[in-house]
Ligand binder design. Structure first.
Ligand SMILES: Cc1ncc(COP(=O)(O)O)c(C=O)c1O
Length: 450
């Protein structure tokens, strides 16, 4: 009898479903183009690159001799700092033992999908990694359609429709994940939106995971609404995830966290996550946790740093948004994070004339013919053959538009953050100017009749 391996190769059925992440794939394409001497404006990768706040950097350096494994749930002083920071933000009394720290929020989301029962309701579009994580967990995804213009707004009707079709198709939707401010759209929910989503999840016995990795980078009070605020958090089935990567420009340090409600549901899920963590990643890096305890501090220095970070992302991201609008692209004003999510559908005729029928083809054309790297909407669950709202969408990240290299990052970065705090200061961002010029050239090229 043939062994299983000769029948199907060496990989499991699961491995055959996994693909290289679209983000990494585009990164490699950009590197190949630049290695050949082509200039490419990199709007494809969402990695915050501001200089690390000085006290946080010092804490990391000073902790480099701590080499022991830390507790699975995290360094107690970090759990405490996160609890205090989030208690202030959520207007709630979060206790340190409600917090679990991990090497990034990504593995925590992975664990949650593996451990919670049921299938998943996911807004379309959503961050690239949720879909493979959910597939890995053996669950089905049921997309919740969003507004055709901003690709973010969710209504009671869109929730109900996703839920009903899931049930009709034999699914068992018990989890919903939301992300606000959003990667890829840069849009954010307001208070009414989060109330609608919370009420829907409550009435359908759905666990709501709120990925708040960008929550500190909100451009206004209105866009910082979260379903986890207030004391109701502790009576519901909600889990908040967040981390160090975006606000503190420290993705590579790998620190993320989850907050569980102080109720029976929270305790049960939390202990399952801790068991999972103990067998999978053990604990996050010790120096990074020491540094994170300083980062999440509610001290005036850290509050100042956070406000400078928001101002700089806001100014650069809104400048790119305005330029895209002026070019004639369909784009909603971003409300947070560092993403803009334009659609090229106003140029459908010109795109079709060039044989470009999908966001994937558009993304490739922009890199190869115009030197602009941006991720296709299809990487975020958009249907390239679907309606106009989702087709020809690209996600553009502004996070690489500040510095050419590490030297510039540390020589000019702190000054740039200081300058950004005052709206009257002029910011000199040559990489942003180059990006805008490259996009204008691309649109001008499209306008030329073939
Ligand atoms: C929406 C979203 N969630 C989660 C993450 C994961 O962040 P980390 O694992 O660095 O905490 C990212 C990173 O790109 C993201 O964009």
């Amino acid at each position: 009898m043939e062994s299983k391996e000769t029948e199907s190769g060496v990989l499991t059925a699961l491995a055959r479903k996994m693909r290289l992440s679209a983000t990494l794939a585009i990164n490699e394409l950009v590197h190949r183009r630049t290695a050949k001497g082509y200039k490419v404006v990199h709007l494809g990768f969402g990695e915050a690159t501001f200089p690390i706040q000085r006290n946080v950097a010092a804490a990391h350096r000073n902790a480099s001799d701590i080499t022991s494994y830390l507790p699975v749930a995290g360094l107690p002083e970090l759990q405490e700092a996160i609890a205090k920071f989030q208690s202030r933000r959520l207007k709630n009394n979060i206790q340190p033992d409600q917090v679990v720290v991990a090497p990034g929020s990504k593995p925590l989301l992975f664990a949650l999908f593996d451990l919670l029962q049921g299938d998943v309701l996911l807004p379309r579009p959503s961050w690239v990694s949720y879909e493979p994580q959910i597939i890995h967990a053996g669950k089905q995804i049921f997309w919740v359609e969003t507004d055709k213009d901003d690709r973010h707004t969710i209504t009671e009707a869109s929730l109900q429709s996703a839920f009903s079709s899931a049930v009709k198709e034999g699914g068992n939707p018990r989890i919903m994940l939301i992300n606000s401010p959003s990667n890829p759209t840069g849009q954010a929910f307001n208070k009414r939106d989060v109330e609608t989503i919370s009420a829907f999840c409550r009435s359908h016995d759905i666990t709501l995971i709120s990925d708040e990795i960008y929550s500190d980078i909100s451009f206004s009070e209105e866009s910082s609404a979260t379903p986890c605020s207030g004391s109701r958090f502790n009576i519901g089935h909600k889990i908040l995830t967040g981390g160090l990567s975006k606000t503190y420009s420290a993705g590579g340090w790998r620190v993320g966290y989850a907050i569980f409600p102080a109720n029976d549901f929270g305790a049960r899920v939390q202990s399952a996550v801790l068991a999972y963590a103990s067998e999978c990643w053990s604990a996050a890096s010790a120096p990074a946790q020491k540094a994170a305890a300083v980062a999440f501090d509610t001290s005036p220095e850290m509050d100042l740093y956070r406000s400078q970070v928001v101002s700089l992302h806001k100014r650069c991201t809104l400048a790119l948004y305005q330029a895209l609008r002026q070019c004639g692209l369909a784009v909603a004003e971003p409300k947070g994070a560092f993403y803009v999510y334009p659609s090229f559908h106003p140029f459908s005729k010109q795109l079709e004339a060039r044989g470009i029928w999908s966001s994937q083809e558009l993304s490739r054309w922009l890199i190869e013919e115009c030197g602009v790297a941006a991720l296709p909407g299809s990487a975020f669950g958009e249907d390239d053959a679907g309606p106009i709202g989702g087709r020809y969408r690209l996600r553009m990240a502004t996070s690489y538009l500040y510095f050419h290299d590490q030297i510039e990052r540390y020589e000019h970065g702190y000054h740039l953050l200081d300058l950004a705090s005052d709206a009257n200061n002029v910011l000199n961002l040559p990489l942003l100017d180059e990006a805008i010029q490259a996009i204008q050239n691309a649109v001008a090229k499209l306008r030329i009749e073939l």
